[in-house]
Design a protein around this ligand. Sequence first.
Ligand SMILES: C[S@@+](CC[C@H](N)C(=O)[O-])C[C@H]1O[C@@H](n2cnc3c(N)ncnc32)[C@H](O)[C@@H]1O
Length: 307
Amino acid sequence: MKRVHIPVLLNEVKEVFKDLEDGYFIDCTLGFSGHSEAILSQNPNIKLIGIDQDIEAIEYSKKKLSIFKDRVEIIKGRFSKEIEKILSLNLNIKGILADIGVSSLQLDRSDRGFSFDSEVLDMRMDKTQDLSAYDVVNFYPREDLEHIFKEYGELRNYKKIADLIIDARNKKRVESAKELSELILKNIKKTRKIHPATLVFQAIRIEVNKELKELESLLDSIEKYKPKGAKVAIISFHSLEDKIVKNRFKKWAKSCICLNEYIRCECGNNNDLGKILTKKPIVASKEEKEKNPRSRSAKMRIFEFKS
Ligand SMILES: C[S@@+](CC[C@H](N)C(=O)[O-])C[C@H]1O[C@@H](n2cnc3c(N)ncnc32)[C@H](O)[C@@H]1O
């Protein structure tokens, strides 16, 4: 491990979830439990349920949080599946946090295949799942590659990038992230400050881990159970995710759900599930951005359900 994972927006998360008297807190992306440890420490009567799909994160967090003994339950799995099971138990849930994305460990470990110089082409957060970046790059049909580069990478030259990969793999399979990033670097002009492969890698990672579907499904489950009085904080790292969170919170906060063509309200104008606590997303301070470059793109939105 080159460096430990530094939790983003830690002070801001602590502020949202302070003075929780009792009940449960769900950390959907436990990772290296930076946020969870802080929540458990500052709220001594709160119990934590932590979810992560990465076995290395689970093992690390089990040790780290063992000091909190039976206040902690850790589940290995996808939050899209696990959250529904937890919410259906009708526990007294006070907070839900999702800090979506990859951890520093995942990024830094060459054998996980997330970084440009990785010797493998993997990018699975859950190492037991079948689909990996290798399959996407070497076997996806042209139209699927174009789709992910256009939709998940928001790349204007998505056709060119798909062409490039198909030409390369027709000669020999693309074996590593390093090979892929060098291929992009050699052939695609740098148009922004970032490495030209950044958005290509982002798109492949989103596809491999089904990141947008996971987020939608998490929000679907929360919407279904409407945990009374709970605050939901979602930290996202790119605009596609932030848009999903923003729109869903807006929908939850809507009081009148009449169709636009109705002249008068007929729904009772009392359909909001709670309120949005962040008109604009919370972003990292200048100091945090300097200390932890990963925090530069972090955006946190918070919603509070009615009691
Ligand atoms: C940014 S890290 C979280 C870091 C954590 N908040 C901390 O303070 O250490 C994101 C973690 O969420 C996990 N993760 C991402 N998507 C997931 C999903 N759909 N289901 C379960 N875990 C997921 C990743 O494996 C990773 O460990």
